[in-house]
Design a protein around this ligand. Structure first.
Ligand code: SOE
Length: 368
């Protein structure tokens, strides 16, 4: 068998979760896989909490978020609630001394995200944001190859994150309302993952960008929509690489098509989230597809390979590795590439830059 993620070093972690939707289920599976005790859960109603506790296997259902946050027997709280509630819940959790995993966007305003970074540092707790696509072994492989110079100087980046679950006017979700979702929808929800991955893999921050956004439907169901369905972004990195990024939740047939392709002076690499076992290596005369294999992987990639070669890993495996690393960090470890609140703040800065560019039609300098 292959190497597994780090032991937490602090005994059994007691986990609490806020929220009862799809992401709460994914977090719960990852916490269970990491050996945590599933202590408590709270959703938006006491009845919802009771159902979630029963279905997901928590020891107790809390009446509401405040009751869960006040509990003294928790080590880590996972915030999986609607976007606009993240910042205040995460802050309360930090002040109560809990380590926090907060879904993205960490906050819908840059100032709130910055406050959270500072609060976590002051209280000495771990603050993590699940930019989990970093945890695909072939993403780490691409990153290692760029870092050791295989690609040469980075010239261009071609990328997209496409989904179709908001294609029809009747497709509605709390994310479409500014009061619960925030001023940005598509970019904050999935563009944030894409840009996190670009910067993480390239090690080359985006320096400036020009964005155009589009809202296709002004109403969905009975609701007015105020944020975007689609964003198209042109960008330049600090090293001078030029990039294009398309983000849409209305691309018919595309379910979770996150694709990043980096072109260097010598070689290219391409990763597709829906084919996570593969990394395309582009060359002038001998392009090839590298298959995931711990035996030939870089150490950082091998560390995350929970299954031997030929036994496919996917989204939940990446999530499990992320949560295992968070719990290891709670135990004092410093796992390579753990996405923290600082990365959540970075996503908020990029989201604000995209909205500002879309509003003004101008290139925006993205602050470091
Ligand atoms: C819905 O767009 C969603 O669940 C995102 O919120 C997640 O971050 C992404 O990983 C999958 O799609």
């Amino acid at each position: 068998m292959t190497t597994d993620v780090t032991d937490t070093g602090v005994g059994t972690i007691r986990t609490g979760v806020l929220g009862g939707g799809f992401m709460a289920r994914v977090h719960t599976a990852a916490a269970r896989a990491a050996g945590a005790q599933l202590a408590g859960i709270a959703t938006s109603t006491p009845a919802g909490s009771a159902t979630a506790a029963r279905d997901l296997g928590y020891e107790r259902a809390e009446q509401d978020a405040q009751a869960l946050l006040a509990a003294s027997d928790l080590d880590v709280v996972h915030v999986c609630t609607p976007n606009a509630t993240h910042a205040s819940l995460a802050l309360t959790a930090i002040e109560a001394g809990h380590h926090v995993v907060c879904e993205k966007p960490l906050a819908t305003r840059v100032d709130d995200a910055r406050d959270l970074v500072e609060a976590a540092a002051r209280r000495g707790v771990v603050g993590a944001v699940p930019f989990v696509y970093r945890y695909h072994p072939m993403v780490r492989e691409a990153r290692a190859r760029i870092a050791r110079g295989d690609l040469g100087a980075l010239l261009t980046i071609d990328c997209a994150y496409l989904q179709d679950w908001m294609l029809l006017p009747g497709d509605d979700d709390w994310r479409t309302r500014a009061a619960s979702g925030g001023d940005s929808r598509a970019f904050a929800d999935i563009g944030s993952h894409l840009f996190d991955l670009i910067e993480f893999v390239a090690g080359d921050p985006v320096a400036r960008l020009l964005a155009r956004t589009r809202r296709v439907f002004d109403r969905r169901g009975a609701h007015e929509v105020t944020n975007e369905d689609v964003a198209a972004v042109l960008f330049e990195t600090e090293s001078g690489a030029l990039g294009t990024a398309l983000v849409s939740q209305m691309a018919a047939g595309r379910k979770n098509a996150l694709v990043v392709e980096f072109h260097g002076a010598n070689e290219s690499v391409r990763f597709e989230q829906e084919r996570p076992e593969e990394l395309w290596i582009g060359a002038r005369d001998s392009s090839r597809v590298l298959l995931r294999d711990p035996a030939t992987a870089s150490p950082d990639s091998a560390r995350l390979q929970r299954m031997p070669a030929g036994h496919p890993m996917g989204y939940q495996d990446a999530f499990n590795s992320f949560v295992a690393d968070v719990y290891a960090a709670v135990g004092g470890a410093h796992p390579e590439g753990l996405p923290t609140f600082a990365d959540g703040l970075r996503a908020a800065v990029l989201t604000e830059a995209v909205l500002a560019s879309a509003a003004t039609g101008q290139w925006i300098e993205v602050p470091r």
